[in-house]
Design a protein. Structure first.
Length: 311
């Protein structure tokens, strides 16, 4: 398996973000992404500071050299896809061609309401996602693009310069069996599954395979990873601190979440937790980090846990 970091850049200074991704670039991680929100995770409702995604992604592109970088789910409702395509093309140049673009339908009603963005039913949000994804792909690949959709229209539209890569990989995040996984089969290069057990991931992966077969796509063309919330303790002496962080993040939902998609305990326990994912065929584990960062735990993860599974 490969390993990545999904940074939820809330309640953190930009200097520490830059320290983190520079460290990860030399610590064996293959992937680093930043999250697309404006408000702190609604699991805590603290409404703390949140660093904007595309600005952080630009710094990430400039500060690193080796890792693939990008997003897991840019919410399509937050930016017009043509504007987004131009920003992402520039970031691909800044990264020397290491960008991968993750897209999603959006879910945080609090942000929509605060900014006056209509929060449509999930079916409509998925329709917007599908159109926006096509707009981005057209602008990345066509000299001039035309598109006549219900939500977005292009007329002789330019996106110059094109991305440095001949093909920028597109990911879609989510576990919806009927629409999301079908969209992935039709349009995406990768599937990100957030916070599921290995057993559930295996089942959903089989659903994705069936969608691929229905649209005439080779399932092996789609890369597949999973996000796990990170609450590792470097050792027994740090277990109480890691447990306190877990409780602060998830509150009353902690008991349910512990059995779904979280890394807890000390390194030997984390290895046991990851083994079923490796056996299920997960290609990459992304640890989801909510500050404050535990640098001892991160060091233990990179030196004691990751080497057990890396080729």
């Amino acid at each position: 398996m490969k390993f990545g970091i999904h940074l939820i850049q809330q309640n953190i200074a930009i200097a520490e973000c830059r320290r983190l991704w520079r460290w990860a670039d030399g610590a064996g991680f293959d992937w680093f992404d930043v999250s697309d929100h404006f408000y702190e995770s609604p699991m805590t409702e603290k409404q703390g500071a949140y660093l904007e995604c595309l600005a952080c992604l630009t710094a990430l592109a400039c500060d690193t050299e080796r890792m693939r970088i990008g997003t897991i789910v840019l919410a399509m409702d937050y930016r017009h896809p043509a504007v987004l395509a131009n920003a992402l093309a520039a970031i691909d140049h800044l990264s020397d061609g290491r960008l991968e673009v993750g897209l999603g339908a959006g879910w945080n009603r609090q942000e929509y309401n605060a900014y006056g963005i209509p929060f449509a039913p999930i079916g409509r949000r998925l329709d917007v996602l599908e159109e926006g994804l096509q707009v981005i792909q057209l602008l990345f690949t066509q000299q001039r693009a035309d598109f006549a959709g219900q939500y977005f229209q292009l007329q002789d539209a330019l996106c110059e310069p094109k991305p440095l890569q001949a093909h920028v990989p597109i990911w879609i995040g989510g576990n919806g069996e009927r629409r999301t996984l079908r969209l992935i089969a039709q349009h995406a290069d990768g599937w990100n599954s957030p916070y599921v057990t290995a057993e559930e991931w295996r089942r959903l992966s089989a659903v994705l395979d069936r969608h691929c077969e229905a649209v005439g796509r080779d399932p092996s063309q789609i890369r597949r990873d999973v996000n796990l919330s990170f609450h590792l303790a470097a050792g027994e002496a740090q277990r109480a601190r890691a447990e306190a962080h877990f409780a602060e993040v998830f509150g009353a939902a902690g008991d349910a979440f512990r059995t779904r998609g979280a890394v807890t305990g000390i390194p030997s326990e984390a290895i046991a937790q990851l083994t079923p994912y490796a056996e299920a065929g997960v290609e990459r584990i992304n640890i989801a980090l909510r500050p404050p960062l535990d640098w001892q735990a991160l060091a233990a993860w990179s030196t004691e846990v990751m080497p057990t599974f890396q080729d």
